[in-house]
Design a protein around this ligand. Sequence first.
Ligand code: SAH
Length: 454
Amino acid sequence: MKPVTKNDRLVVHVEDLTHDGAGVAKVDGYPLFIQGALPGEEVQIHVLKTLKSYGFAKLIQIEKQSPFRVTAPCPVFDTCGGCQIQHLSYEGQMNFKQKLVRDAITRIGKLPDVPVHPVKGMDHPWRYRNKSQIPFGQENGRVVAGFYQTRSHNIADTDICIIQTPEADAIMAGLKRKLIDMGIEPYEEQTHRGMLRHVIVRKGRATGEIMVVLVTKKKKFPQREQAVELIKSIVPETASIVQNINPEKTNVIFGDETITLWGKDIIEDRIGDVRFEISARSFYQVNPEQTEVLYGQALEYAGLTGDETVIDAYCGIGTISLFLAQKAKFVMGVEIVPQAIEDAKRNAELNGFTNTLFEAGPAEQVIPRWYKEGRAADVLVVDPPRKGCDEQLLRTILKQQPKRVVYVSCNPATLARDLRILEDGGYRTQEVQPVDMFPQSTHCEAVAWLEFKQ
Ligand code: SAH
C-alpha cells in the first residue's frame, strides 16, 4: 500500500535534493519528488502522481523556509532546463555538492573515513560559461531563441542568460531581432523547415576572442554577408564567424561541413600557461576559470617532481595532459575520438611540448598495449565520462599497479563505485576534492587521489 494517493494534500519535511533539483520528502519511507522544494523545508504539497515506489507532488506553500533559499535571479528559471538550483544560495549549493560526494563515497564506496573536502567554488558563480549553444525557432510566427526547457525541445525564449557571456547575450538578442528583416527563417524542428538552427558563441577567456557559429540547414546562405556584418556590429571583438551545415532531421547540433565566413578558423585560449586552439566543433571545458582550479588539483595530487611518466586516460583534446606535461618527464594521452587527438597533437606542438605522445583508441585497449611495449606509468590520471571507468581499464590498473592514481570525475556515483574496486585491489584513497565547474546546476566534479599500498 502506498502511504499517499493522488490529490492528497499534506505537509512534509524535505530531506534531500535530486539531480534534477527537485526536493525529496519521505512519507513512511515512500519518496515524493517536489519541484522547487529545498532540503530542510517544511512544505505543503498536493500529490500529483503515485507510482509503485515513488511519487510526484506539487509545492503549494512553504511552511518553514530553508535559510539557504534565495529568489532565483533568472527570469526564465522556472521553465528553462539549463540551471536547476538558482533558488539555492551559492553557500547552499556548495554544501549540497559536498554532501553529494560524501554520501556517494560513504554509501557506494563504503569509505566513510576518506576526507571529502569542502567544494572549491567560484567567487562570482555567474557568467562563467565560455560556450553557448543557442537553439533558434519560431512560435506563433515569432522568432524565439534561448535554451531548451527541461526534458523537451521547446525553447525557453530569453534575451539574457546569466551564466553565459554578455557577448553571447548580445548576439542571441540582436540576431533574434533582425532575423526576419534579413530574410533568414529560423528552423522549425517538427516540419524540418527554415534555415537557422543553432547559434554557438564561444569565447577565449584569456584572449577575449569570440567565435560565432551559425548552424544552417542548407549550404546556400544568401544572407551571409548581412549576418556577418550584423554580428561584427553587435560584438566588435568577434574574431571568427563560421557556418556549419546540418541538413539532417536530427537533434544533433552540428553537421559535417564547416566553412569560415569571416576572420580566423579558430580562436585561442589559455589555461594557466598552456595555450589551446579551439575550432567550431572542438571539445573544450566550458568553465575555464574553474578548469584551472580542477587541473591544478589534479596536478597537486599527481605530485610530480619531473621524473615521472604519466598516462592521461580519456584525455579529450589533451587539456590535462598538457597541464601535466609542464611538470612531468613524459605524458601519454589516450582518447577515443580521433579528431580530439588531432587537436591534442596540434596543441602540444603549439606550446612546444616534446615530452608528449597521443594516441586515438579505447583507453582499455591502448593502455594494456603500452604496458606490453614497456611504456609504464608512475602516475595514471583518468577523467572518464559519466559512466565511469571501463572495467577492463580498472583491471589493467590493478594488474600494473601504478604508484599513484588521480581520478577526475563528473559523476560521484561512478567515482565511488570505481574507488571501491581500486581499494579492493590494493589502492588507498587519500582524499577527495570536489570542484564546482557548473554553478547553478546540480552537476558536480571531484578529484580523488589514490596511492598503491605494497
Ligand atoms: N580530460 C578531458 C576530457 C574528459 S571527457 C578534459 O578535461 O578536457 C571524457 C572523454 O573520454 C571524452 O573526450 C570521450 O570522448 C572520452 N572517452 C569515452 N570513452 C572512452 C574510452 N573507452 N577510451 C578513451 N576515451 C574515451
